[in-house]
Design a protein around this ligand. Structure first.
Ligand code: ZN
Length: 254
C-alpha cells in the first residue's frame, strides 16, 4: 500500500493531470481490492465447488457466491455495502486504505484546474502599451488603448460554470473601477452562505464505511469554503488596486 498516492494536490495544471491522478488512485485500488481464496478460507468462509459434477457448467452456488463476494472494478463503484464484506477478509489497514482512496478520489474530483500563465512576447499586441488588473480573475491583462477596457482573455480557474472567456474581458481594469469585483464578492459570499445554510449539521459517519450523505456534506462544505476563499482573494488582491497606476503591457498575462 503506497500511501503517497493519497496526497491530493491543491489544484491541477490541466484536466488531463486531474484524470491521471484519478487513474493513479484506481491503480492503487487494483492492488488492494482483490479477494483471494486463502483470505476467505482463513476467515472460515466455505467456497462452493466451481463446476457441477460431471458437467462443464458453473454451479449455481459458485455463481451466487462470487456475486456476493464480488469486488467493484473501479473506485467510483465502491459503496457502503462493500465494507462489511472487506471487513471479513482484509486487514484494518487495507480497509482504511480503501476508505482513504475513496475520499481522495472524491476530493480530487472537486479540485480546480489552474493553467499556468503563459509568457508573452514583449511586443504588445494591437499596440496596447499598458496592462491592468482584471476585476474578475485578478490577473494582469492588456488594456485597449482606444477604449481603456481589458482585452479578451480566458478564465484560469475552471469551475464548471466558468469555461471559456473571463467575465472581466471588455470591462474596466481594477485600477479604474472595482464595481464588478464588489458585486462578485457579494455573490460569492451569498452562494457560500446558501450552501452552508442548506447543509445543516454534519451527518454521522460509520467508522469503516463511507456513506454518501457524509461525502456529499464534505464536498459541499469544501465548495462553500472555496467560494469564500475566492471572495477573500478578490478582496485582498483586486480591490486595493483601485486608483493605482497601470503597468507596462509587456508584463501582461495573455
Ligand atoms: Zn479576467
Amino acid at each position: 500500500m503506497d500511501k503517497s498516492v493519497l496526497e491530493v494536490p491543491a489544484s491541477f495544471r490541466s484536466k488531463a493531470a486531474q484524470k491521471d491522478f484519478l487513474n493513479k488512485l484506481n491503480r492503487a485500488f487494483d492492488g488492494v481490492k482483490r479477494i483471494d481464496r486463502q483470505a476467505l478460507e482463513n476467515a472460515g468462509i466455505a467456497i462452493p465447488d466451481r463446476i457441477n459434477e460431471g458437467s462443464e457448467t458453473f454451479s449455481d452456488e459458485w455463481i451466487d457466491f462470487w456475486q456476493k463476494w464480488n469486488t467493484p472494478l473501479d473506485l467510483h463503484q465502491v459503496r457502503e455495502k462493500h465494507f462489511p464484506m472487506w471487513a471479513h477478509v482484509k486487514t484494518k489497514e487495507q480497509v482504511q486504505f480503501i476508505t482513504d482512496l475513496v475520499l481522495a478520489r472524491n476530493e480530487a474530483k472537486f479540485k480546480p484546474v489552474i493553467r499556468p500563465a503563459k509568457k508573452v512576447n514583449p511586443v504588445a499586441k494591437n499596440g496596447a502599451t499598458h496592462s491592468g488588473v482584471c476585476q474578475v480573475c485578478g490577473r494582469t491583462q492588456r488594456v485597449n488603448n482606444d477604449t481603456g477596457l481589458l482585452a479578451k482573455h480566458g478564465f484560469v480557474v475552471e469551475w464548471d460554470q466558468h469555461h471559456g472567456e473571463c467575465d472581466g474581458s471588455g470591462q474596466l481594469p481594477a485600477q479604474v473601477s472595482t464595481d464588478v469585483t464588489v458585486k462578485r464578492i457579494a455573490s460569492l459570499r451569498e452562494q457560500s452562505a446558501n450552501i452552508l445554510k442548506a447543509l445543516g449539521d454534519e451527518p454521522k459517519r460509520n467508522a469503516v464505511s463511507n456513506n454518501d450523505a457524509w461525502m456529499f456534506w464534505n464536498n459541499q462544505t469544501w465548495l462553500a469554503r472555496e467560494l469564500s476563499r475566492s471572495a477573500d482573494f478578490l478582496t485582498n488582491a483586486v480591490l486595493p488596486v483601485l486608483g493605482k497606476d497601470f503597468t507596462p503591457a509587456d508584463h501582461a498575462d495573455i
